[in-house]
Design a protein around this ligand. Structure first.
Ligand code: NCD
Length: 340
């Protein structure tokens, strides 16, 4: 098992070995979490600080529980009741926690690049503090993509989840790609696995993510469909849902991030649901054993129909939340030196 990364800020440069190391380690922690005593002494004496400058339910609690299961001491920072309101800068807040002996910082911020800036400052100071990006603006959310990856691989092989299980699988990512840091991180991990990744959403919410995207007419493909794809990464773009769902093995739905929408990007939620909502009827297009994911929080009845969301035959949503703790334990353990 090899791990040299002090910070986890993005998946853009993750190697297949690193993905497999996270999957294997998370699998061992999943086993720990199924025991009667769900705690290991691995990070005893270490301090993990949650610096969440943006609201969060599952990610913050999941990191907190992961740190506690590893026996670390955890500090939770809440911006509303902090010295930020007295004019302190984010870097000074981070340095305050550093002075208290923090070993790892888990950072969420509405601006892209804040975790990177804090990691750079920690490196400049020459301190061995690991920084984990828990979601920065519209940029990345690596721990969410890693828990999604673990959930997918675990369905296929619960004994030995590994990256190459996803090779040639078809995965549809549906919804508000434009604002989604979850999609941006997932694109790195899923394309690295050799899966075919199909992004689908209304044109206003579907950005051209890479410069090597090719329009079908440029590539000589004959299609009425406004499908655009990147041949290098097996990544496809669709402005309608059906071609993305056709024979899909997995569907990842994304929340419509209304808080980040500044323009009139959607006619109405009802119309969105009619065109892009995942419903039981639409699953008929996919493989018979298709599974549906959502990072949460869900706008019930908008991205996914309410009954489907609660149907354990198709929905992996609660497994995602459960896997999240094991995957975050794995990340904290590996970043903390992987000892014990
Ligand atoms: C996501 C996030 O915050 O980016 N949620 C999460 O971490 N579980 C997705 C979202 O907010 O829609």
């Amino acid at each position: 098992m090899s791990w040299t990364r002090r910070h986890v800020l993005s998946l853009s440069d993750f190697t297949p070995t690193e993905y497999d190391t996270v999957l294997q380690t998370a699998n061992s922690f999943q086993e720990v979490l199924s025991r009667r005593t769900k705690k290991v002494p691995t990070l005893q004496g270490q301090v993990v600080t949650n610096l969440f400058f943006e609201p969060s339910t599952r990610t913050r609690s999941s990191f907190e529980l992961a740190a506690k299961r590893l026996s670390a001491d955890i500090l939770n920072f809440a911006p509303g009741s902090s010295s930020l309101s007295k004019g302190e800068t984010i870097l000074d807040t981070a340095k305050t926690y550093l002075a208290m002996g923090t070993d790892m910082m888990v950072i969420r911020h509405k601006e892209a690049g804040v975790p990177q800036a804090i990691a750079t400052e920690m490196d400049r100071l020459g301190v061995r503090v690991g920084v984990l990006n828990a979601g920065d603006g519209q940029h990345e959310h690596p721990s969410q993509a890693l828990l999604d990856l673990f959930t997918l691989c675990n369905v296929m092989d619960p004994e030995q989840p590994h990256l190459s299980l996803l090779k040639d699988k078809k995965i549809a990512i549906v919804g508000d790609i434009l604002h989604s840091r979850v999609a941006r991180s997932n694109i790195w991990s899923l394309t690295a696995s050799g899966a075919e990744v199909h992004l689908a959403g209304p044109p206003t919410l579907l950005p051209m993510l890479f410069s090597d995207f090719v329009k079908p007419e440029d590539s000589g493909a004959k299609s009425e469909e406004p499908t655009v794809y990147s041949p290098v990464r097996k990544l496809f773009l669709h402005w309608t849902l059906a071609p993305a769902l056709q024979n899909a093995d997995f569907i990842m739905t994304l929340r419509l991030q209304k808080e980040r929408m500044t323009n009139y990007l959607l006619p109405s939620l009802r119309e969105y649901h009619q065109q892009f909502g995942i419903t039981r009827d639409r699953l008929a297009l996919c493989k018979p054993d298709v599974k549906v994911l959502h990072p949460g929080p869900v706008n019930r009845g908008v991205e996914i129909s309410s009954d489907l969301m609660d149907d354990p035959q198709f929905s992996l949503i609660s497994q995602q939340v459960t896997s999240g703790v094991a995957v975050r334990m794995a990340l904290l353990y590996l970043m903390g030196g992987g000892k014990g």
